[in-house]
Design a protein around this ligand. Structure first.
Ligand SMILES: C[S@@+](CC[C@H](N)C(=O)[O-])C[C@H]1O[C@@H](n2cnc3c(N)ncnc32)[C@H](O)[C@@H]1O
Length: 151
């Protein structure tokens, strides 16, 4: 489960989490209630689950500055903005459909390869992770900025 991965991977080294395109906010709910993170949903949709903090706006890379970790679980239209946020903040990006480059027909593998290439070019450190949730879209890129990517 993604919340558990975040806890195991980052522990207390992060506190403020942007759950980008978080939808109804289930991930944020778990991150807050079970793991005590200050997580909030960033989503253009109107509502989230009761008790889930929500910024109803389009996520832009510059929003990342406030957070310790940016998570994009199947972030659709926010996919590129999450990848751009990776230049300055740790991110987990688990892309779903091709919102990376709509001029091309990209399947999951091709999209991950293109995002990896984008990270390489920008000097963002990253690894590919297969998450243990039940979906064909369970592969993501876990990244950390470097002094070169921040420039
Ligand atoms: C496939 S859903 C994923 C929801 C949730 N992360 C999950 O995995 O259940 C995609 C979400 O992205 C949101 N979204 C699309 N473009 C966005 C943008 N530019 N900024 C923020 N949210 C966006 C939609 O409103 C929708 O809730």
């Amino acid at each position: 489960m993604l919340a558990e991965y975040i806890y195991n991977h980052y522990g207390k080294s992060v506190k403020y989490i942007a759950d980008v395109a978080g939808g109804q906010g289930m991930l944020t709910r778990i991150l807050r209630k079970k793991y005590n993170y200050q997580s909030e949903v960033f989503d253009i949709r109107e509502w989230t689950l009761v008790g889930v903090p929500h910024r109803q706006e389009k996520f832009e890379p510059q929003h990342a500055g406030y957070y310790d970790l940016v998570v994009g679980l199947h972030p659709d239209g926010a996919t590129r903005a999450v990848a751009e946020a990776a230049l300055i903040k740790p991110t987990i990006l688990i892309p779903c459909c091709n919102f990376w480059d709509q001029t091309k027909k990209l399947g999951r593998e091709a999209m991950l390869t293109e995002i990896s290439a984008f990270y390489d070019k920008a000097s963002v450190k990253h690894e590919r992770v297969v998450f243990d949730f039940d979906s064909s879209k369970n592969v993501g890129l876990v990244s950390a900025p470097t002094s070169a990517s921040r420039r």
